[in-house]
Design a protein around this ligand. Structure first.
Ligand SMILES: *Cc1c(COP(=O)(O)O)cnc(C)c1O
Length: 433
């Protein structure tokens, strides 16, 4: 499969290049040249297959030309070592729980897949170790670190701003050891990101070691997210509830929903999509006006969605050839302020006993408000509420249980290397690795 850039000014890339580079030379996002339709028989029988079997069919459509069947199957099955079940919250509204992975959020799926695909390429090439640099303000670091944990031939450096991430988040990437190194930078997130960018541009450093990023826009993190949309459809079809399925996605950078839209292009019969935003309403406004106007991001209680210029808008725009009517015909929007998110969490808990996290709450509320007669809705519960325990407990007056795998992280011993935000010292550190 070949990949082109959404900016159309970079050379066409093969999968290997698209994965290792992440972003095209013209700073556009890679798109597969062809989105294969899966056969009718596949959809006719989809409910008879397991999540892993379905995911392999989807993976084969994207990656089958570039990765041999046995390896691809192993990558998919290893990635999906946990389930993504659909759970009834109330009649006609279901939660697609994407938090059963190691760091309790949906980013586990893409990160685990990317780690294994990168390992496949490293092995093909020979011995040279690949180094992944990732700057994080919290959640990306944990998903990437855990996704790559113990994957041979790859070393991960997580750069995070000292004192600016929660204890839970910090424990998820500083306690791992093995091939994961946490670098605690005396600065803010932007300083961490600047260090990573400078490292990629430094010729001497790139000669010394092979560097790559594991950004969420990477095709190897982005496309595998389509897997659980197919599985959600299959599980709803099993219940006889898939005729007019509406999928609602709490969205920030829009990678997750875009993977669902790719699924639709492959023939997945989703009736329509809703993109639920917090107060960062750039996409919502685009749907209303046809104008895309990036804004500085606003801090909210659903902070993984605090994005003022969602990268994957470029992919949606490209997918629909910039046709605003086509986009609004299939996708509607919603936007909620913090007080509405909190009110929704309380309402849902009081009425159904289901505990929403602040991100999932946006999705649930949009379905409550927008579902039409005859439609059945599934919202993506993108993270486990215990990841935001303090907020959730203070809103609900609850004391929610912390899942064992999260508690386990918090018991681990913190190992980090302190670093100034000065590039020379960061480079010096890496040159001596
Ligand atoms: C990353 C994230 C989102 C936003 O997903 P996008 O793909 O960026 O739209 C939503 N919820 C949670 C919990 C996240 O971690």
């Amino acid at each position: 499969m070949k990949y082109y850039s959404t900016n159309k000014k970079a050379p066409i890339a093969d999968l290997h290049k698209a994965v290792v580079k992440g972003l095209a030379e013209d700073r556009g996002l890679y798109m597969p040249e062809i989105i294969k339709k899966l056969p009718k028989e596949f959809f006719d029988n989809i409910e008879k297959f397991s999540f892993q079997e379905i995911a392999y069919q989807v993976a084969d459509a994207f990656f089958g030309e570039d990765v041999d069947a046995d390896s691809l199957k192993k990558i998919v099955y290893d990635t999906l070592a946990f389930d993504c079940p659909v759970v009834e919250v109330e009649p006609n509204i279901y939660s697609l729980e994407l938090f059963h992975g190691p760091t309790l959020a949906f980013k586990d799926v893409g990160a685990r897949f990317m780690a294994r695909l990168l390992q496949y390429f490293v092995r093909q090439e020979g011995k040279e170790e690949v180094n992944v640099l990732v700057a994080t303000s919290g959640d990306t670091g944990s998903a990437v670190a855990n996704g790559f944990l113990g994957v041979e031939g790859i070393h991960v450096y997580v750069l995070y701003p000292k004192g600016k991430v929660s204890k839970i988040q910090e424990s998820q990437f500083t306690t791992l050891g093995q091939n994961i190194t946490a670098l605690e930078v005396d600065g803010v997130f932007d300083d961490c990101q600047a260090l990573v960018k400078s490292a990629f541009m430094d010729e001497e450093l790139n000669k010394h070691m092979k560097l790559t990023s594991a950004n969420s826009i990477n095709v190897a993190r982005f496309l595998p997210q389509a897997f659980y949309y197919f599985n959600a459809y299959a599980r709803m079809k099993e219940k006889g509830l898939a005729d007019k399925l509406v999928i609602c996605v709490p969205s920030g950078n829009f990678g997750n929903i875009t993977a669902g839209l790719f699924g639709h292009e492959m023939g997945l019969p989703i009736h329509r999509f809703i993109a639920a935003n917090n107060a960062n309403d750039i996409f919502y406004n685009y749907l209303q006006t046809g104008e895309y106007k990036p804004q500085p991001s606003k801090a909210t209680i659903a902070n993984a969605m605090d994005v003022g210029d969602p990268s994957n808008f470029a992919r949606i725009y490209d997918l629909y050839k910039g046709n605003h009517d086509a986009i609004t015909a299939y996708i509607s929007g919603a936007t909620y302020k913090d007080d509405q998110i909190a009110e929704t969490m309380k309402q849902c808990y009081n009425d159904t006993k289901y505990v929403l996290d602040p991100h999932g709450a946006c999705g649930y509320r949009a379905l409550k408000e927008q579902l039409k007669p005859g439609e059945v809705g599934v919202f993506l519960e993108t993270a486990h509420p215990a990841k935001f325990k303090e907020k959730v407990d203070s809103i609900l007056g609850s004391d929610i249980e912390i899942p064992a795998r999260l508690a386990e992280f918090m018991k681990g011993k913190k190992q980090s290397i302190e670093m100034t935000k000065d590039f020379a010292s960061f480079k010096n550190y890496l040159m001596n690795e």
